[in-house]
Design a protein around this ligand. Structure first.
Ligand SMILES: [Zn+2]
Length: 249
């Protein structure tokens, strides 16, 4: 059984029977359907010990809701970084902020983009939290080592992209195109964008912990494709994870 696609998640799920109960904000436990709660539970399980160690290291909380603005009212009028103009956080089903990861059951579709929760998204958000673990206001993705590796991957990207784009059906798959834009966000071999660095970090983390958002949602080969096109940042995140799990970070 794969944890990504559960045909029939238990309808009678309750947090009280879950090992993840202590991570879920109490007031939010009843804000969503048992089906959604069970999907979140399975997504947390899919990361094994890594998610628990990150939660414990950061004192992280998970909140559940119908729309993200139920928890953060100002999100109603705010466009997420790298999202199309006119969209708001209520079009997204997940966010990580200030030590809280929020998952929404019913994000509002925006044009042809419909953000629906899946385990890849959960792992992606945990990637952002891991990235932010470096210090109060610092991220691993802003440190010289990551930036250097990211720029090197971006430099080789055009060549690799031409060679391997068919494996993700790039020309015919708009969500794949958007996801690639999302982890690049205007970066060039000379200058990286914050969005590109942060989103690539989160996607590489998700890939290394069970599968990225791109793999679960956009194309089954997405992670194989980023193994080839983003090899240096993949290794960089992997090294950080190894150190973190060994208690050396
Ligand atoms: Zn992200």
């Amino acid at each position: 059984m794969t944890l990504d696609f559960i045909a029939n998640p238990p309808q009678n799920f309750t947090w009280q029977n879950s090992n993840n109960l202590r991570y879920i904000n109490q007031e939010s436990q009843n804000c969503v359907s048992p089906k959604f709660a069970s999907e979140v539970d399975l997504a947390l399980q899919s990361m094994g010990e890594t998610s628990k160690k990150i939660i414990d290291a950061k004192g992280l909380h998970i909140q559940l809701c119908q729309k993200l603005s139920d928890i953060v009212p100002e999100y109603k009028a705010e466009t997420p970084r790298g999202w199309p103009e006119g969209s708001t956080w209520d079009n997204a089903c997940a966010v990580s902020r200030d030590g809280v990861v929020i998952f929404a059951e019913n994000a509002i579709p925006f044009g042809d983009k419909h953000s629906v929760f899946n385990s890849g998204i959960a792992r992606h958000e945990f990637g952002h939290e891991f990235d932010k673990r470096y210090g109060e206001d610092a991220r691993f993705a802003d440190v010289d080592d990551y930036v250097k590796n990211y720029l090197a991957d971006i430099k080789n990207f055009p060549n690799n992209f031409e060679k391997y784009k068919q494996m993700i059906d790039y020309n015919n798959n708009k969500p794949v195109q958007r996801q690639l834009d999302y982890i690049i966000q205007g970066s060039t071999s000379k200058k990286s964008s914050c969005g590109g660095r942060y989103e690539s970090f989160a996607e590489m983390f998700a890939k290394l912990n069970g599968g990225s958002q791109g793999k679960v949602q956009m194309h089954p080969n997405f992670d194989k494709f980023t193994d080839i096109t983003f090899p240096k940042v993949t290794e960089c995140v992997q090294d950080l994870l190894k150190k973190f799990l060994a208690g050396k970070l």
